[in-house]
Ligand binder design. Structure first.
Ligand SMILES: Cc1cc2nc3c(=O)[nH]c(=O)nc-3n(C[C@H](O)[C@H](O)[C@H](O)COP(=O)(O)OP(=O)(O)OC[C@H]3O[C@@H](n4cnc5c(N)ncnc54)[C@H](O)[C@@H]3O)c2cc1C
Length: 426
């Protein structure tokens, strides 16, 4: 009988536990190869894509996540192959040289990756491609509607899914042996632990979740979640969720344990509520595919914004002259993270004050955010630009009023306007 050789393409699931797809692979194949391909940028915007690159913080977070994954794999006598070439070429060559029979990967929402899987299937018709949603609370079969009938608004979605059971899968117990090869494997190190707020990887992600739920913060989350700066006002789970170092179902286990111990309240519920937003945008991205990246979004007509290099770069550099926007943009550039409120304000500025095509903002976020997630990013931008899942034509924020509400003493603006933005180019 032909030996079954599996290729597991890690992407937004950089963890071994609560990973159904990997557990399936472990049961189905005789030998396994594990690979990660560095992300590519969305090539939709001619003026943007050629000159842009992934931000330093985002790259660092990915690298530390891979490093941790590699350490976890080593415990199961597996090694990771790290590819920085375009995924199709990398995977094609692995499939050929290692006689791969089974490919395991996410059911991607991003169109680049989805096309890559399609092309591989065409090139290797015998290849058994096994795909699953690796980063959601619910599986597609659990949804009480077909994906084509995804509710057009978040509220309608939430009401239909909120009470569904959340299945949490067992920890991995074994992996098949490595497929024989003379390839170069990723060499993990133990150097990356530092004091940074965001250290990538499942180990650091779980440490962060455990820390968060060892405090009282979840019981106040709804009151503090609109803060602009600091570790405590919101959960900061997003970077680990985005790379799948921690699954949303694992977060829910922490949350339910916390509620069992300390009691549930509106704030603890609200963490679930926000995870449902993430969930909604995931299915939204899968439902709307390429339309996620269109100027007109999922609507019939394009909004008025267009591309203007000078205005766009003033926004990117934090030099618009609008203090709250400039402070947020500098924070984003320096840290790779921005609060939800900050994201809303800078997006509103780009769309409504600078009259720019919203997709340039989304594409810039894609390069910088350490929690970049295709559905959450492009879906939120569409929502704010009035071309997405929002019955309102658009959401314009009064920046002065917002500054008074969220930075009444000007501390946030003073801190980030005086912060050096370093040499990194855009
Ligand atoms: C223009 C714009 C772009 C965005 N891009 C991204 C992105 O690329 N990746 C990303 O994870 N989030 C994105 N968000 C959503 C949100 O800003 C971040 O999830 C949140 O700020 C992350 O910080 P946190 O983990 O402390 O969030 P919390 O407030 O603690 O929320 C808990 C979790 O709920 C989810 N969540 C919260 N708010 C949202 C939301 N509006 N949409 C989707 N999920 C949400 C996240 O997974 C988050 O970790 C974007 C929002 C806007 C307005």
């Amino acid at each position: 009988m032909q030996k079954k050789v599996g290729l597991y393409w890690f992407s937004h699931d950089l963890r071994l536990n609560d990973n159904d797809l990997l557990a399936n692979a472990a049961q189905q194949v005789d030998a396994l190869v594990c690979v990660y391909c560095m992300p590519e940028l969305t090539p939709y915007l001619a003026n943007f894509s050629q000159q842009s690159h992934l931000g330093e913080q985002r790259v660092r977070f990915i690298q530390s996540s891979i490093n941790d994954l590699s350490k976890q794999l080593a415990k199961f006598d597996q090694k990771l192959i790290l590819c920085d070439q375009e995924p199709f070429a990398a995977l094609q060559s692995l499939i050929q040289s290692l006689h791969v029979t089974h490919l395991y990967c996410d059911r991607f929402s991003g169109t680049n990756e989805a096309r890559c899987v399609e092309a591989l299937q065409q090139q290797f018709p015998q290849l058994c491609v096994v795909q699953a949603n690796v980063s959601t609370l619910f599986s597609e079969s659990q949804l009480p509607f077909a994906l084509d009938d995804l509710p057009p608004t978040f509220t309608r979605f939430r009401k239909q899914v909120e009470a569904l059971p959340i299945h949490h899968h067992a920890n991995l117990t074994a992996l098949p042996p490595m497929a024989e090869s003379d390839l170069d494997y990723f060499q993990h190190t133990s150097l990356e632990e530092d004091e940074a707020l965001f250290v990538g990887g499942s180990t650091a992600g779980h440490q962060h979740c455990a820390w968060y739920f060892s405090t009282h913060l979840a019981s106040e989350y709804k009151l503090t979640r609109n803060g602009l700066d600091g570790k405590e006002y919101s959960t900061k789970f997003s970077p680990w969720l985005a790379l799948g170092c921690v699954s949303p179902r694992e977060v829910m286990t922490y949350l339910r344990d916390y509620e069992a111990k300390h009691g549930a309240n509106e704030s603890s519920y609200w963490i679930y509520f926000e995870l449902l937003w993430r969930e909604y945008f995931h299915w939204y991205a899968q439902r709307h595919a390429e339309r996620l990246f269109l100027h007109q979004g999922i609507k019939a007509h394009s909004p008025i914004g267009h591309f203007d290099s000078a205005r766009f770069h003033s926004w990117v550099k934090g030099e618009t002259g609008l203090p709250i926007v400039d402070a947020c943009m500098r924070q984003l550039k320096l840290t790779g993270y921005l609060s939800n409120r900050g994201r809303q304000l800078v997006a509103s500025c780009l769309i409504h004050e600078l009259d720019l095509d919203w997709r340039y903002g989304a594409a810039y976020f894609e390069t910088k955010l350490i929690d970049y997630d295709v559905g959450s990013n492009w879906g939120n931008w569409q929502y704010l630009a009035g071309v997405g899942a929002d019955p309102n034509p658009s959401r314009k924020f009064n920046l002065e009023k917002q500054t008074q509400m969220y930075d009444p003493n000007g501390e946030f603006v003073a801190k980030w306007l005086s912060a050096a933005t370093g040499k990194e180019s855009h």
